[in-house]
Write a protein that binds this ligand. Structure first.
Ligand SMILES: Cc1cc2nc3c(=O)[nH]c(=O)nc-3n(C[C@H](O)[C@H](O)[C@H](O)COP(=O)(O)OP(=O)(O)OC[C@H]3O[C@@H](n4cnc5c(N)ncnc54)[C@H](O)[C@@H]3O)c2cc1C
Length: 435
């Protein structure tokens, strides 16, 4: 792959007209979006010696509407990428989750005692900036405050991106990590048009919360099924509270504000937040794209690979997407590295195959569970079953938080000895190789 330096190309803008300078950069891979998906791709590519330019329209640290919850799988990816939790100011490890079903029954499921951690909460403002910094340290060039607003696959195979500062970036591959609305997907006409997301979710920060809010809460409310609400603890008495509903569910997304006010007044929620809780910022809403594989993962004959929310990688059952963003970012990067600059069709095929092997079975299972959770009978029925046996009480939280693949029994090729008892993330960062 080429390692061209930044060049300035003089463009004629008409006969006899003055010549206009169009700054032009080139790279092996251009990554559009520096959220978890784009940053993970950039880290992997840069560590494999590829020249990577990442472009994000935001400046970091930037907020992202999110529950800020990190599953065991997300933590393992962050550990693998080399994140130091100490670099994330709001890092809050957790040891269990308290769940309430619509019938009013509550139960706390414990996560393994260690070594390592199995769940955490971290404000996206802090987390994403730390992961972008890892991409820089790995050698990627990160251009902030600049949007991609034009895209084309040239006849010679290069992907050419127009940036909002008037410059042009061309690369052998582009990774579309530009989130739910993926402008790159639209610019390339890589459809489907009019997609609005499968979940609609909202969150609000609160401060001065009570001691019950020091643990992680998940509430299955009868009027949100198969969605749910949460309260995730942050340092200094702060929490991230929010809810997600399916777009096709009973609650019209237009009435989310009214539902939110009603939800906060429910006694079991008010009890957890405590009498002194006060809002710290507005309620923010954003869609969550899920059901990976139902939008093209690849465009331009393999020159453009979509990852994270741009690939609809979010978990269909829980709406979580950070782990899936980190995973698809690295899978796309690995496919590009192994195929090389001249074999985009191979890169595209490898990416599709590894996504199918790594994420599709879990998502299909999640779609099935979602259908069960859509009805009060299902939402009330699973918890008594889960807590009936010691195995259920012990394994539910690790299974739910993807300490191991949820569809493991259906995909024996992912089985390895001791997989259920592996340590959590960050147990041995110092001695573990990165790749
Ligand atoms: C309310 C809510 C709660 C959630 N809670 C959780 C949770 O607790 N845990 C969890 O794992 N997941 C959660 N999710 C899902 C999670 O937020 C996403 O799945 C995750 O952020 C996807 O990461 P990404 O890198 O694909 O996209 P993003 O994080 O959205 O990053 C995309 C980046 O692309 C940039 N961009 C966009 N357009 C352009 C352009 N034209 N040019 C350049 N850059 C561009 C953006 O500025 C942004 O930085 C939640 C989502 C919502 C809405």
């Amino acid at each position: 792959m080429s390692h061209n330096a930044t060049v300035v190309r003089a463009e004629a803008s008409g006969l006899g007209a003055p010549r206009r300078a169009t700054p032009e950069r080139s790279a092996d891979v251009a990554v559009v979006g520096a959220g978890p998906a784009g940053a993970a791709a950039a880290i992997h590519l840069a560590r494999c010696g590829r020249k990577v330019v990442v472009v994000d329209r935001a400046r970091f640290p930037r907020d992202k509407c999110c529950g800020d919850g990190l599953t065991s799988l997300a933590l393992r990816h962050l550990d693998h990428l080399g994140l130091d939790p100490a670099a994330v100011a709001s890092w809050t490890p957790l040891d269990g989750v308290r769940i309430r079903i619509p019938a009013g029954v509550e139960h706390r499921f414990e996560l393994p005692a260690g070594p390592g951690i199995y769940a955490a909460v971290a404000r996206r403002m802090d987390l994403d900036a730390a992961v972008v910094e890892l991409a820089r340290i790995a050698g990627a060039e990160v251009i902030e405050g600049t949007a991609v607003n034009a895209a084309e696959v040239l006849p010679d195979g290069r992907v050419q991106l127009g940036l909002s500062d008037g410059s042009v970036l061309s690369a052998w591959y582009a990774v579309g990590a530009d989130g739910m609305w993926s402008p790159l997907r639209k610019l390339l006409g890589a459809g489907p048009a009019g997609y609005l997301g499968d979940w609609h979710a909202a969150r609000q920060y609160f401060r001065r919360t009570g001691c019950e809010a020091r643990q992680m809460w998940v509430w299955f409310e009868g009027d949100m099924l198969p969605g749910y609400a949460w309260s995730f603890p942050l340092p200094g008495g702060a929490v991230n509270v929010g809810f997600g509903i399916h777009r096709r569910a009973e609650v019209p997304t237009g009435s989310m504000k009214a539902l939110w006010a009603d939800f906060l007044s429910r006694p079991h929620v008010a009890r957890v937040l405590g009498p002194y809780a006060e809002a710290d910022g507005p309620l923010k809403a954003w869609p969550i794209p899920t059901r990976i594989g139902t939008s093209p993962l690849v465009a331009g004959g393999g020159r453009v690979l979509f990852v994270g929310d741009a690939a609809r990688a979010g978990d269909t059952m829980t709406g979580e997407g950070i782990a899936q963003a980190l995973e698809t970012g690295q899978l796309a990067a690995a496919a590009i590295v192994s195929a090389g600059a001249g074999a985009p069709a191979v890169a595209g095929r490898r990416y599709r195959l590894t996504v199918a092997g790594g994420l599709l079975a879990d998502d299909l299972l999640a779609r099935g569970f979602s259908r069960v959770m859509a009805h009060a009978k299902g939402a009330n029925g699973w918890l008594p079953i889960a807590i009936k046996t010691a195995f259920g009480r012990r394994e539910f939280a690790p299974w739910m938080f993807e300490h191991y693949p949820r569809a493991l029994p259906a995909t024996p090729y992912r089985w390895r000895r001791g997989i259920l008892a592996e340590p959590g993330a960050f147990a041995a960062s110092a001695s573990r190789p990165l790749h």
